[in-house]
Design a protein around this ligand. Structure first.
Ligand SMILES: *[C@@H]1O[C@H](CO)[C@@H](O)[C@H](O)[C@H]1NC(C)=O
Ligand SMILES: [Ca+2]
Ligand SMILES: [Ca+2]
Length: 212
């Protein structure tokens, strides 16, 4: 069964990871499976990541798959801000596009003492991840101001689309409309908390208190 359990975190979990990310770093084991020779841009906090995951329990049974499941498509998320389980936010830093890693995450940085769905309580989980793209999406006020074309301190879908288009064109990889629509839907699903169709500066910066 492949279910989207990776993307479920409460705000409380987030504060915990911000407070303790350093000390927890040593508990997440990462192993580079393969890495392209060309690695110009490494993932960092605030980057927009597109990646495939397969999630396993220690007994080898699979509980999550976007890579081996043919119907599964890669997931978009912003790295390091609590959109994925803490262990992945930590274990997926400094990755380049095309890199594959095996990331072993203790239960307290994964699904905790209650577990979730097919993941039993206190279970260590192993993710095989493959990063398809890394783009700079710094959640800084500079970026916000850049995206906010009419400077009304909120972002419409059209403004976000303009920004994404420019970014991809700059990178020499322009994409078609459905591609952008998909990213935008994902971004709004995760950031537009009051569901008014706009991303306010507060919603945009919701995770960034530690950098202000
Ligand atoms: C999980 O770990 C917690 C804390 O270590 C413990 O209290 C609890 O009994 C464990 N649960 C199971 C089902 O093993
Ligand atoms: Ca605006
Ligand atoms: Ca909103």
């Amino acid at each position: 069964i492949c279910i989207l359990y990776v993307f479920a975190l409460s705000k409380l979990d987030l504060w915990a990871v911000l407070a303790t990310a350093d000390e927890l770093l040593k508990e997440v084991k990462t192993e580079v499976v393969s890495k392209p020779e060309q690695c110009t841009q490494k993932s960092k906090k605030g980057d927009l990541i597109n990646a495939h995951y397969d999630g396993y329990l220690l007994d080898g049974s699979q509980f999550y798959c976007s890579r081996t499941d043919k119907a599964g498509h890669p997931q978009w998320f912003v790295l390091g801000v609590g959109q994925v389980i803490k262990g992945l936010d930590i274990g997926m830093m400094d990755m380049c596009a095309g890199e594959k890693r095996k990331i072993t995450v203790p239960s307290d940085l994964a699904f905790g003492k209650n577990g979730k769905g097919p993941v039993p309580p206190n279970a260590t989980v192993v993710f095989e991840v493959e990063v398809l793209s890394v783009s700079r999406g710094p959640r800084s006020m500079e970026a916000f101001t850049l995206i906010d074309l009419d400077q009304d301190r909120s972002l419409t879908k059209a403004e976000v689309k303009e920004y994404l288009k420019l970014e991809y064109e700059k990178g020499g990889k322009p994409r078609d409309d459905p591609f952008y629509e998909k990213i935008i839907a994902d971004i709004f699903r995760k950031s537009d908390r009051d569901r008014d169709g706009l991303i306010s500066s507060k919603e945009y910066n919701i995770y960034e208190h530690d950098e202000l």
